[in-house]
Design a protein around this ligand. Structure first.
Ligand SMILES: Cc1cc2nc3c(=O)[nH]c(=O)nc-3n(C[C@H](O)[C@H](O)[C@H](O)COP(=O)(O)OP(=O)(O)OC[C@H]3O[C@@H](n4cnc5c(N)ncnc54)[C@H](O)[C@@H]3O)c2cc1C
Length: 516
């Protein structure tokens, strides 16, 4: 069996950044199921938040993050996020990420729910692509071994300690085991759970499913962020129209051309994502339409083409000049706040197993992520993973959990009749019943179908069957958590419990076979 000090699963910002720091300390293998640059990171547009403007401070960034999280942020984790932001973004600059500058100074933009401009960006609105390409070039210039088209299919645990990972070669179908001292899951979120999503095809919740099966704790899965403004053009794949477009003055209009956000909230277009997404859904219902419009025609065309060159070109290539015409948009699934529960060092409850990036739940986002905090979370907590491995043996874990908030996935009766299980049916079920606006009834219907599907899943054999199995498990975790949480908070909204309840100012954590 091949042995490495570190095995990292995933090659987005979290996986690549950890690898570049870890190679200073030992041998590193990256397993990634597509090519190295297949990930969500390369789609990030807006940028990365860091308090470096003259009117800004880590304290102000802390306050904005806590406010967006709607009572569920882990305050210590948020303090770490905002205090260590400058150090980790300096690393990105050192690795060569070409952040945009003006007269030698990094330019900062403002995004919804940030109280000041604090978003660093690269290539205007192509931040993620620049980060991904820069870091992957750096990785190629080191002794880090990268296995592409290699899907992690099982975490290997011996005597309650992680000892390695099993992986499928997606081209040959062969399976191989790799052993390591430290296994890091950096597998991204689970956006492919939903019919409409901004996420890459590789984002299928694999790390969460693998960790759950191995006995790790999974937290906050009911909190799925839906991005309010995703391009809705017939025959065109969902394409994100960055938050920063509203930050620069973009206005939302209904299909009749009327500005509607001030009807819903005083923050109007700059309210948090959950509020804007729900307002758009209500407005679409009122006007019997599947879209609203984002209007930037009042902004100087030069601002649009220089600040949003990627969005401008993409729309123009699909027949829409956004300097002259409204952009048709609707919400889509975007970001999973929940994931593999980790402490402030990225440690899970299983010694030797770490998680970082979107697959991890560090607690910084609470019930709702503040825009541009996820690339930041990925680097801040990834760096802490590597720092931790310098001082602890793989068999030690300092993760603590409160058994009173742990749940097992409940049993359901197997339904005699239900839709056939395939990816489109799963995604439609999740969109229709576990989407932006939920109810106990819709969630219960989904939970019964998902449990029945899970009981009928065949043994996976190739990439798509592994991904489908992982998605079904993640769908169950999202749905059961949403059913348990009888309130509305952050991104989780239920029509039967439309208010926030102090009783629910706590986390829902799932673990396999919990014995209370
Ligand atoms: C359109 C879009 C725009 C965004 N804009 C911003 C923004 O402006 N600012 C911001 O902060 N955040 C933004 N986000 C969110 C942010 O991009 C992600 O949260 C972040 O990039 C996640 O990085 P990651 O390394 O955790 O995962 P990813 O970049 O998604 O990478 C996951 C990796 O894991 C691999 N993988 C998955 N499963 C397996 C497996 N079983 N075996 C092997 N490999 C596996 C994948 O192939 C991939 O390489 C945006 C997201 C999207 C989709």
């Amino acid at each position: 069996m091949n042995h490495y000090d570190y095995i990292i699963v995933g090659s987005g910002i979290a996986g690549l950044y950890i690898a570049l720091l870890a190679i200073e300390r030992g041998s590193v293998l990256i397993l990634t199921k597509g090519s190295i640059d297949d990930c969500n990171t390369k789609y990030a547009q807006g940028g990365i938040a860091v308090a470096m403007g003259k009117d800004d401070s880590p304290e102000l960034h802390f306050n904005d993050t806590i406010a967006a999280g709607d009572g569920l942020c882990d305050t210590e984790a948020v303090r770490i996020l905002t205090d260590e932001a400058a150090d980790c973004t300096a690393d990105l600059i050192k690795f060569g990420v070409p952040f945009d500058t003006l007269d030698g100074e990094i330019t900062l933009t403002r995004e919804a729910a940030h109280s000041v401009p604090r978003i660093m960006h690269a290539g205007g609105d192509a931040t993620g692509e620049h980060i991904e390409v820069t870091l992957s070039h750096q990785v190629r210039s080191t002794p880090i071994k990268v296995l592409e088209n290699c899907l992690a299919s099982e975490i290997l645990v011996q005597k309650d300690i992680v000892v390695g990972v099993r992986a499928l070669d997606c081209h040959t179908g062969s399976v191989e085991d790799y052993s390591c001292k430290f296994l890091v899951l950096a597998t991204g979120g689970a956006g492919k759970l939903f019919k409409y999503t901004t996420n890459s095809d590789v984002v299928t919740g694999d790390g969460i499913a693998l960790a759950f099966e191995a006995g790790a704790e999974i937290s906050d899965m009911e909190f799925f962020q839906f991005h309010p403004t995703v391009l809705r053009l017939p025959g065109v794949a969902p394409f994100l129209i960055s938050e920063a477009v509203r930050g620069e003055g973009g206005i939302l209009r209904n299909v009749e051309g009327r500005r509607f956000m001030p009807d819903y909230t005083v923050e109007a277009e700059l309210a948090t994502r959950d509020i804007v997404a729900r307002s758009i859904v209500y407005e679409m219902k009122k006007t019997h339409s599947d879209r609203v419009f984002l209007d930037v025609t009042h902004l100087p065309p030069r601002l649009i083409t220089t600040r949003f060159p990627h969005i401008y070109r993409f729309c123009r290539d699909h027949g829409l000049d956004i300097t002259k015409g409204f952009i048709p948009v609707a919400p889509a699934a975007h970001y999973l706040m929940g994931g593999v529960r980790v402490n402030n060092w990225g440690e899970t409850n299983i010694p030797g197993l770490f998680a970082a990036g979107e697959t991890a739940c560090t607690g910084v986002h609470g019930a709702n992520r503040l825009a541009s905090n996820s690339l930041l979370e990925s680097v801040v907590f990834s760096k802490r993973v590597v720092r931790r491995t310098e001082v602890v043996a793989p068999s030690e874990s300092h993760h603590t959990s409160d058994v009173s908030c742990l749940y097992s996935l409940p049993e359901h009766e197997v339904l005699p009749k239900m839709p056939m299980l395939n990816l489109p049916n799963l995604q439609s079920l999740m969109w229709d019943r576990v989407g932006i606006i939920r109810s106990g009834k819709s969630l219960k219907e989904a939970a019964d179908i998902l449990a029945t599907w899970e009981s009928l899943l065949p043994q996976p054999s190739d990439r798509s069957s592994y991904e489908l199995n992982n998605l079904v498990l993640c769908a169950r975790l999202v749905t059961e958590a949403a059913l348990l949480r009888e309130e509305s908070r952050g991104a989780h909204f239920r029509t039967d419990f439309p208010r926030t309840s102090p009783e629910w100012q706590r986390h829902i954590v799932f673990k396999k076979n919990v014995i209370k």
